[in-house]
Design a protein around this ligand. Structure first.
Ligand code: FBP
Length: 552
């Protein structure tokens, strides 16, 4: 394998661990809290998770504990979209296992949850692990989006895990993958198996968080990578003074990435989907807001700008949300017919009978490429693939048309020229920032302690993240504690609740405190590239979102 100079250097980086996990494994004590409850739908979830509902929170402390020294066989799965730091979760898990007992073994299921179903594994040896320490990507074992949902798939999973003689499986994934982890943990106990299942909070989207999971890993690195690019574009725009840049940012439903990048770069406009939904903005109103800033800047002779757009926006505009919801249900019921359809017209005619009048009119009124993108296959969890909907182009087109109208009315006298960008895949496999490298390694190490303590149905957790890594608090959160029932594929399913941007939260308030100024005055910040070596206030600092959320 050819490796870059930076990669060679990063192999030497020693990720930081919380104090409670330092030293001998036998000095980690496992403290249990009171029984817990799900966020809602308690009775229904108790029925579904008969064996795993309501377990206590776990916190690791310095103490004495000899029960962590048994030889264990563990397998790990990388599930869903890539996020910087995944390799360090595996390295932390591996190091913990070997420290507990050198005879312990770690396997990797290849290509995501599909690897468990097809029984495709490799043993993760020291040589392999060492080649991936502190690197980005999920290429050590690959990832995938297969959802384990049928009785047959659950049975195959158990059979394959038994064949390998496993004590535990660790699933590194987002909300959907950790929901899968919860279901698998429950199924294994129900079938009399002692194989444990532990989850790990991954996703650049930053939407797998709550009181106990302060952030998902990868969010920090991805936001810093996008912010570097946005900052560079801002400087380019302010140099040439001729383009409005419409930048769509990954993040699926939640606007955390857009908000964090706005805090880091101070663009003219950052649309927050959750606010659009709350204010019940139509697409036209969103465009009107954009035009207001363009007009005011043109009056100051500034015919250029930066606009950040969260990729999930279309799902939050009430009329679009209604349409997508209806489409999801219809498409899951009529999967066969849709797979045979060869043109947009034939797909739309399949919908005519089932869509409400408003939704039918809306899909017919959308530009053909946007309508086709809305009708593309859902992911295995039933989600619209928002990364493939070109919202930035839709807004560019609509803005141009509206500005022409305003020009005719004498309300706009500037020049409008726009460029579209989509930043998503660029940030998912970057070298993890020091924060993500440390956080992920700690999550992997904590996953080991949860397993060695005989626990199942938990997600590995590391809290107090705005403090020095020494003061981080490691432990585990029962997966059922983060769940509720939601409509999926036409019926109610148990799922981990996504955390969307809190409009009363400190990050959003910090943004709204400045956005009126940014909308008119050029205020761009250039945060520059992620720094791996140098002063801690530059290298180890987490996201602004995290610090604002944690401030007293
Ligand atoms: P996860 O939720 O699995 O972490 O994926 C995040 C994400 O990067 C989203 O931001 C994006 O919408 C999606 O994956 C893209 O999916 P794919 O990699 O399948 O194109």
């Amino acid at each position: 394998m050819d490796i870059s100079e930076l990669q060679k250097e990063r192999y030497q980086y020693k990720p930081k661990l919380p104090n409670s996990l330092l030293g001998e494994v036998s000095s980690i004590s496992v403290e249990k809290g009171a029984p817990t409850d799900s966020i809602s739908d308690r009775q229904a979830l108790k029925e579904i998770f008969k064996h795993t509902y309501g377990k206590p929170l776990i916190e690791f402390k310095s103490g004495q504990n000899d029960s962590l020294l048994a030889a264990l066989k563990v397998a790990v799965i990388l599930s869903g979209g890539q996020a910087p730091g995944g390799h360090n979760v595996i390295a932390g898990l591996y190091d913990g296992l070997k420290k507990g007992n050198p005879a312990s073994m770690l396997y990797g299921y290849l290509g995501g949850p599909g690897g468990l179903l097809q029984n495709k594994t490799i043993e993760l040896t020291k040589d392999i692990i060492d080649k991936y320490r502190n690197t980005g990507g999920f290429d050590i074992i690959g990832s995938g989006r297969t959802k384990i949902e049928t009785e047959e798939q659950f049975a195959t999973s158990l059979e394959n895990a038994k064949k390998l003689g496993l004590n535990a499986i660790v699933i590194i994934g987002g909300d959907d993958s950790n929901t899968n982890a919860a279901l698998l943990a429950e199924y294994f106990i129900d079938k009399g198996s002692s194989i444990q299942v532990i989850g790990c909070p991954k996703t650049i989207d930053g939407d797998l968080k709550n009181e106990h999971i302060e952030t998902s890993f990868g969010f920090d690195t991805a936001c810093k990578t996008y912010s570097e690019l946005i900052g560079n574009i801002g400087r380019d725009a302010n140099s040439a003074k001729k383009y409005w840049h419409f930048i769509k940012l990954m993040g699926r439903a939640a606007s955390h990435i857009a908000l964090e990048c706005a805090l880091q770069t101070q663009p003219n406009i950052c649309i927050i989907s959750e606010e659009v939904e709350e204010k019940k903005y139509s697409l036209k109103q969103v465009v009107e807001e954009i035009c207001n800033s363009i007009i005011k800047r043109a009056e100051n002779g500034e015919d250029f700008g930066l606009i950040l757009i969260p990729e999930g926006l279309v799902e939050f505009i009430p009329e679009m949300k209604q349409l997508i919801g209806e489409l999801n249900d219809i498409m899951s019921l009529k999967q066969k017919e849709f797979s045979k359809s060869t043109s947009l017209d034939s797909s739309i005619s399949l919908l005519e009978k089932d869509l409400s009048t408003g939704s039918y009119a809306l899909i017919k009124s959308l530009p053909a490429d946007i309508a086709s993108q809305l009708l593309m296959d859902r992911d295995p969890h039933g989600n619209v693939q928002v990364s493939r909907i070109e919202t930035e182009k839709l807004l560019m087109e609509m803005t141009e048309i509206r500005l022409e109208e305003l020009k005719k009315e004498g309300k706009y006298k500037g020049k409008f020229s726009s460029l579209g960008h989509f930043f998503g895949y660029e940030g998912r496999c970057a070298f993890p920032s020091n924060f993500d490298a440390d956080y992920c390694y700690s999550l992997g190490y904590s996953a080991f302690v949860l397993i060695a303590s005989g626990l199942t149905g938990y997600i590995s957790s590391v809290r107090n993240l705005s403090k020095d890594a020494n003061d981080w608090i490691a432990g585990g959160v029962p997966l059922t504690m983060m769940m509720n029932l939601e409509q999926r594929h036409g019926s109610k399913k148990p799922v981990i609740k996504k955390a969307l941007v809190d409009l009363k939260g400190a990050p959003f308030k910090s943004f709204t405190g400045s956005r009126e100024v940014w909308a008119v005055k050029t205020s761009y910040l250039c945060p520059g590239a992620i720094q791996y070596y140098g002063p801690a206030n530059i290298c180890d600092y987490g996201t602004k979102t995290l610090y604002l959320e944690q401030q007293p």
